[in-house]
Design a protein around this ligand. Sequence first.
Ligand SMILES: [Zn+2]
Ligand SMILES: [Zn+2]
Length: 255
Amino acid sequence: MAVLASGSSGNCTLVATERTKILVDAGLSRKETLRRLALIGESADSIQAILVTHEHWDHIGGLARLSQKNQIPVYIAPLTQQALPPETKLFAIENIQPGARFQIGDFTIDPFTIPHDAADPVAFRLSAEGVQIAVCTDLGYIPQNVKEHLRGSHCLIMESNHDVEMLRSGPYPWTVKQRVMGRTGHLSNHTVCEFLSSEDFDRQVRVLVLAHLSQQNNHPEIARLAAVAALESQNATGTKLTLASQTEPTEVFCF
Ligand SMILES: [Zn+2]
Ligand SMILES: [Zn+2]
């Protein structure tokens, strides 16, 4: 697993076994996606599927070109597909439904509903070879169904979007602040830490990636230190914490 990019300018994550390689979201340009895949020794030729979480531009900005030019099928909920820009042409479409499990090669995949201001937003849990990875960004809070889907993960990619104080005092117009903080907006560092400090957080998580950090309303060190404190409070000393970046891929995590 490697997060190629995460943040409001583009999201893309690679999850792969030896035989099956999947991208979650395609929010970078095709060119930049190919460049970042090359940085971690991969190429788009071996990607078998792109899973789409929702239609916001930072998740689909490179989708059409990447899908068409590299002939990669797109797995997308019908309502999300309808909400794509009208000119969007994709190589092939496989419709998925939140709550309906499906299989791609080695992976068993569970898309599950998240509270976000999009047509039919989902997060994904992917399982293969006894390893479970969850990609969970763009949600206003963490409802019970999400907690249940995250349980048992060995790798958790979790949004830690903003610091509430930085957002409150920052430059965004009030309506945008309301949107980000709302029930269908984005997770704050504080909400993530509440989750990490609770019984709902599974201490078997080996890799925790904080993702979708706001460049305006967060600072990586603030998010990191808060998460470290929360993990320590839970004695989750076996959990490796890392931060996804907008500008470069994370390391490649192997399980
Ligand atoms: Zn986003
Ligand atoms: Zn979004």
